[in-house]
Write a protein that binds this ligand. Sequence first.
Ligand SMILES: Cc1cc2nc3c(=O)[nH]c(=O)nc-3n(C[C@H](O)[C@H](O)[C@H](O)COP(=O)(O)OP(=O)(O)OC[C@H]3O[C@@H](n4cnc5c(N)ncnc54)[C@H](O)[C@@H]3O)c2cc1C
Length: 477
Amino acid sequence: MPKAVVVGSGPNGLAAAVRLAQYGIDVTVLEAADRLGGGARTTEKLVAGTLHDECSAVHPTAVLSPYLRELRLDRYGLRWRHPEVMLAHPLDDGTCGVLRRSVDETAAGLPAGDGQRWRQAYGPLAANLEATASDLLGPLLRWPSHPVHTARFGLRAVPPAALTRLLWRSPVTQSLFLGVAAHVMHDLRAPMSSSVAAMLISAGHRFGWPVAEGGSQAITDALAALLRDLGGKTVTGTRIKRSSELPDADVVVLDTSPSAAARIFEGHLPGRVHRAYRRWRHGPAAFKVDFAVRGDVPWSNADCGVAGTVHLGGDPDEVIRTARDVRRGRMPDAPFVLVGQQYLADPSRSAGDVHPIWAYAHVPHGYNGDATAAIVDQIERFAPGFKDKIVAFSAKKPADLMRGNENYVGGNILTGANDPFQLVFRPRLTPHPYDTGIPGVYLCSAATPPGAGVHGMSGYHAAGRALRHLGLAPAVQ
Ligand SMILES: Cc1cc2nc3c(=O)[nH]c(=O)nc-3n(C[C@H](O)[C@H](O)[C@H](O)COP(=O)(O)OP(=O)(O)OC[C@H]3O[C@@H](n4cnc5c(N)ncnc54)[C@H](O)[C@@H]3O)c2cc1C
């Protein structure tokens, strides 16, 4: 029986391991941390009974992922829970942009004139997303299986977000769009900076922005249980620094950053690949704060009180300005803050009337200051009285995030800067982005297509290349 080693147990590492195990391969996953899951882990902390997502929280890409859907992880206890409203983006004048699962309801709630254009922009993308998902969630340098739908998606993805926003007149709609675009964590005036918004908005309208019951850990637990059923093994507390530390295997799949892959296979990688991996750029960082809060957050706008996610970035110009500043290495006084209220859809995460609130700010790469007060102030700006509700909190600066997961270089939670080049050619210019140039060794982290997010598709595709190497998989990958 062929043997495989997967280094790293993030969603991509586990998805790769499961796919290999499905073909009867003897798979072992080696994980540096003391728990499996990488960016999909949940911890009970701050107050007994409150469950806090360490990293990922909201899962439009997981419910969109063709591979995760194929795996039927509900058989392993994974339950999706949907909030009443997916996203709210409040403004200082008390108005609020609201993203709902239904494109029609979202359009109806937008200021006059904007609704119809929202429907025109995202209705067709959402309607065709099931067909285009396999094109969009894979290598971009290949002929798409649905060229017309994929090209239509491209029209919404390629322009700078600062330009796309002009589709709408009202600051409410513009800021709703720009807040989603800001997930790209790059300058919103750059080409391709609408791409993440096109994906997340259309995925939301098609499948929702759910949370996993019991926390994102449930995704990891389900994948790990399936892997065990298929005969795979997992080992935690094992950080691979050199290829000589790897057990004998016919194929190796790395759920690591390109720079870690360059270190691990130093002297073995072809020179051009080594250079490309060393040149891989990491973008802005996250500063994360978990709160335990007694009672609900006292939002000024009622829609924020029923939204799974709240974006606190102010008006359109402010969202664009803070993204630009952070990209240039300047910490804004009022950073862009994302707030997760997963307990609204999943009350199992609360302890009585004490609820877990998940928040992070976009900060410059490697930022070493303390953004806790800036995050609290930003919440307080739209929810006066929030401070008085805090029972406990804990903060993680970029260096802490990297200590917990070395893929987050400088606190960059996307495992790579989403500049236009790297969005398309990740991790290097090649039609086979998962290949490292060493036969039998593949890269599967979020540094490969389709990029960051919990979807397992990078793992799926990298495993496909490994299977092909072993003569076990379909020729086209
Ligand atoms: C604060 C935060 C919020 C986020 N929010 C969301 C969200 O709401 N929705 C969403 O979809 N995504 C979100 N993400 C992003 C998402 O978590 C990642 O894109 C996703 O987890 C990437 O999966 P991966 O398998 O590529 O790598 P990771 O999940 O990063 O896992 C990599 C694993 O490999 C291990 N590893 C690395 N190097 C080695 C080595 N040398 N030896 C052994 N093990 C190694 C690491 O310890 C880690 O466990 C968020 C991330 C963070 C940090």
